[in-house]
Design a protein around this ligand. Structure first.
Ligand SMILES: [Cu+2]
Length: 507
């Protein structure tokens, strides 16, 4: 089954599960060797947040837990079953599948209907990844889950694996949040979010912000104000936290009722932290424990020791921890610019788990202090660039709209690539907000931070701080149409999204 095949109906899918006619071209022996695809169900579920039952989305794997875990050498062979009651499309964030399986809503790969199944089959790369809807703003409503791909070397380490997925949570709908930010109606906000599914460069209707009259400015509700302003570069005010959230979640739970993970005295742990929040960034706080960051966005880095590490939207950190003794060890995530936090507790048998509350101190803005220290274990082979481009990150809070090279999706010019090229991109931030920039379908290396060259981490998402500059390099080795965008959901849907397109791929 290739990804270009049309989603088939659930009735057909059930028939397929009974007869193995889905693989008629394979000889009998090969057919017997292939395991059945893993079933991933997009659905709705009810979470209890702050004592209030709330309907959210979920992506539930074959073991009843969110997401997918793959063994060493296992293919990503997954049937996505849509029972969400609406259309959806799931992106395998950081993985390098053929572009038609990437889960971005190009015209050739539209969202799948409720009650249908879409098959995926590709060779995954090992590490800590995640999945999230790229349809509407379902990501904010927790259509997100871990995607963990094991490898043989990791299994030999014999460490306990603990996944910690972070979210920001609001009782408002994403349409209401976007309406609050832009001053538009909820219906207009919904239409704006759907423009992500427009073919770029084709439509005459522009996403560009319209000039505001004085009267319209008065109409902007208070919630459009940034949650926090902090001193930024050169003493200018930088903006943090566009959206005020009702709660911050760690594995779907708040700090008043956190997940308690049983660990052994002196336990050896690999903590896989995923920032699945739509518009929030955190400082991972290990408290009294020292840890070592050994991978970023799934890719190995030389170990960096510490007990506090920044994590931008959509990024992942693998942290090795050797517990010093028996006891209870909170692993916290402090929201930048806030006193609030979330987290889990690692606890040995019989230990007393303390009650936790929000921090007394405001956490600083997430920055690139860690990024500048990271060194890739397997850097890109040195080679001069075939293409060097600057992408300027623009926009602002009033009107609320964000751009790349002055263009607002879908009125954007694709950056054309040819297979085999080495590409270098300078991401230059001309705004007072930080932007976590994500490239689909490729792992890039961070080769300079704020003008200083480094042999930095391999990543799929890099933070560009206010008025900052980051240079990335990658090999153009995966032909297709690929999205490059800010992973702040509200920045993306108001325009900060563009296309990298390979020559020879039809638009
Ligand atoms: Cu942004």
């Amino acid at each position: 089954m290739t990804a270009m095949s049309k989603p088939y109906s659930r009735r057909y899918f059930l028939g397929v599960a009974l007869a193995s006619s889905v693989l008629p071209i394979l000889p009998g022996a090969a057919r017997a060797a292939l395991p059945l695809p893993k079933r991933l169900v997009a659905e709705t579920r009810v979470l209890d947040e702050n004592g209030r039952p709330t309907k959210v989305f979920g992506l539930i794997g074959p073991d009843g837990r969110p997401g997918i875990r793959l063994g060493a050498g296992e293919r990503f062979r997954v049937d996505l079953v849509n029972k969400a009651g609406t259309r959806t499309l799931v992106h395998w964030h950081g993985q390098l599948p053929p572009w038609a399986q990437d889960g971005f809503p190009w015209p050739q790969t539209p969202p799948i209907a409720n009650g249908t199944v879409q098959a995926y089959d590709y060779v995954p790369i090992p590490g800590t990844y995640w999945m999230h809807s790229h349809h509407d703003m379902q990501e904010q409503s927790l259509m997100t889950a871990p995607l963990i791909v094991h490898d043989a070397a990791e299994l030999r380490e014999d460490r306990q694996e603990i996944v910690l997925m972070l979210h920001d949570f609001t009782f408002r709908t994403p349409d209401e949040v976007l309406a609050g930010l832009t001053g538009a109606s909820a219906a207009a906000a919904q239409a704006m979010a759907q423009r992500v599914e427009d073919d770029p460069g084709r439509k005459s209707a522009s996403n560009a912000p319209q000039p505001r009259t004085g009267r319209m400015a008065v109409d902007v509700p208070d919630m459009a104000m940034p949650g926090m302003a902090m001193p930024g570069p050169g003493g200018m005010q930088m903006d943090l936290n566009d959206v005020h959230y009702d709660a911050f979640l760690a594995n779907d739970r708040t700090l008043t009722d956190p997940e308690i993970v049983r660990v052994e005295r002196g336990g050896r742990i690999r903590l896989r932290i995923i920032n699945g929040a739509s518009s929030s960034q955190f400082w991972v706080d290990l408290g009294e424990i020292a840890g070592h960051v050994v991978a970023t966005d799934g890719h190995a880095v030389h170990p960096v020791a510490g007990s506090s590490f920044p994590i931008a939207m959509a990024q992942r950190l693998d942290i090795l921890i050797d517990l010093p003794r028996a006891g209870a060890f909170p692993i916290l995530a402090r929201v930048e610019g806030e006193g609030r936090q979330t987290g889990i507790v690692l606890a040995t048998a019989g230990s007393r788990v303390p009650r936790m509350a929000n921090g007394a101190q405001v956490a600083p803005a997430v920055d690139n202090s860690l990024e500048a220290r990271l060194v890739a274990v397997e850097p890109l082979p040195p080679r001069p660039a075939d293409i060097v481009r600057t992408i300027a990150l623009g926009g602002g809070m009033k009107p609320y709209a964000w751009s790349m090279n002055g263009e607002y999706w879908p009125q954007v010019t694709p950056l054309m690539l040819a297979k085999g090229q080495r590409v270098e991109i300078d991401l230059v931030n001309r705004t007072m907000m930080s932007h976590p920039i994500h490239l689909h379908g490729h792992a890039f290396q961070v080769i300079a931070v704020d003008g200083r060259p480094i042999q930095g981490a391999l990543r799929d998402t890099v933070l560009v701080t206010p008025m900052g500059r980051v240079r990335i390099a990658f090999n153009a080795d995966n032909p297709g149409r690929w999205a490059l965008h800010c992973h702040n959901l509200y920045h993306m849907v108001t325009g900060m999204l563009m296309e990298f397109r390979y020559q020879g791929i039809a638009a």
